[in-house]
Design a binder for this molecule. Structure first.
Ligand code: DON
Length: 331
């Protein structure tokens, strides 16, 4: 039960929920100083390490926002969930899963080790860079813009506007992309790529540079929480099978080599990005007590100070606290 919630009708008292979330953001903001903003993409270093914000959007229409909510940031690795979805919609699930596995690696997101060991005949999963770059190579299109159009269209259908690229972030990553190029060359040698390496990397850097807000992340999460259907319109935007598959991958691989701990301690599907964003999903759940967002919700978090695995340090703690207080875990 939510602290002190015994006799309250939680969902009808948004102000009361808002006050709790405000207190929690205030409390967890102090953990931002324990992390570091990403520096391997130089421009990301300009983020304010003390920022922390959250947006929670319920399938029932209730929205709670708190902290630094108005700051645009680049989607980075969170894009991997949606390129995976688009690739499955274009090629079919079995085509994609024949070429990219669904196993967690326990390694860093940009690890090369498994490619070098060649124990498997495909990248481990769509969220490590090797898998994500392979997925990007499979998107339809002869130019990076053609490849990205369906992704931006999907975002537009869900968000009601077409997000743009942050050109500065794109350039900053493109110029410093030594490790992703190394991964790309391995993928090329292993014959996993389905389009030209330069085109694939250009598309990958562009997808990472799409600029969004935590509200956008919460909205994207809400549609996934609802198995791909927009609860506002009842329209199916993502096929149910694909939405479910994406969520299972988020649960097992979404937080990189911290995915096991996140599943154990928070217990909901989530995906992080190196600019400090996290999209998390609480599917509808049945509980005896009166808990918020029983109909399901999407959660967007922004906190650019990262832990060693590249996940928002304060964002994870905030999510862990909320999941515990509101009994969000799917287990
Ligand atoms: O591949 C990269 O380096 C980035 N553009 C995306 C990495 C990322 O977001 C990893 N997440 N925690």
């Amino acid at each position: 039960m939510v602290q002190g919630a015994a006799n309250q009708n939680i969902n009808s008292n948004e102000q009361w929920l808002q006050n709790y979330v405000d207190d929690w953001v205030k409390f967890y903001r102090k953990h931002t100083k324990e992390g570091e903003v990403a520096s391997y993409i130089p421009i990301l270093q300009e983020a304010n390490q003390h920022h922390l914000g959250i947006s929670i959007i319920g399938n029932n229409g209730v929205t709670i926002e708190s902290g630094d909510v108005g700051i645009p940031f680049t989607i980075q690795s969170i894009s991997k969930v949606f390129t995976f979805i688009v690739a499955c919609m274009q090629r079919g699930v079995s085509y994609i899963l024949d070429r990219v596995d669904v196993e967690p690696t326990g390694e860093a997101f940009n690890s090369i080790m498994h490619l070098e060991m060649r124990q498997v005949k495909k990248p481990f999963n769509p969220f490590v860079n090797a898998g994500a770059i392979t997925i990007t190579s499979m998107l339809n299109g002869k130019t990076s813009n053609e490849k990205l159009n369906p992704l931006l269209h999907l975002f537009e259908q869900i968000l009601g506007y077409r997000p743009s690229l942050n050109e500065e972030v794109y350039e900053s990553e493109r110029k410093t992309s030594i490790r992703n190029r190394a991964i790309g060359y391995y993928l090329l040698e292993l014959e996993y790529l389905e389009s030209d390496l330069e085109l694939t990397l250009e598309t990958y850097f562009k997808q990472c540079s799409i600029e969004i807000s935590i509200n956008d992340l919460a909205t994207l999460g809400m549609v996934l929480a609802n198995d791909g259907e927009d609860p506002k319109t009842g329209l199916e935007i993502i096929p149910r099978q694909v939405a479910r598959l994406a969520k299972s991958l988020m649960l097992t691989c979404g937080m990189y080599n911290a995915s096991g701990k996140f599943a154990a301690y928070v217990g909901i599907p989530a995906k992080s990005g190196v600019s400090g964003g996290i999209v998390a999903i609480a599917p509808p759940r049945f509980r005896e007590g009166d808990f918020p967002f029983l109909e399901g919700c999407g959660i967007g978090v922004y906190g650019p100070a990262l832990d060693k695995q590249g996940n928002s340090i304060a964002g994870i703690r905030l999510l862990r606290h909320i999941a515990k207080q509101w009994d969000l875990s799917i287990f």
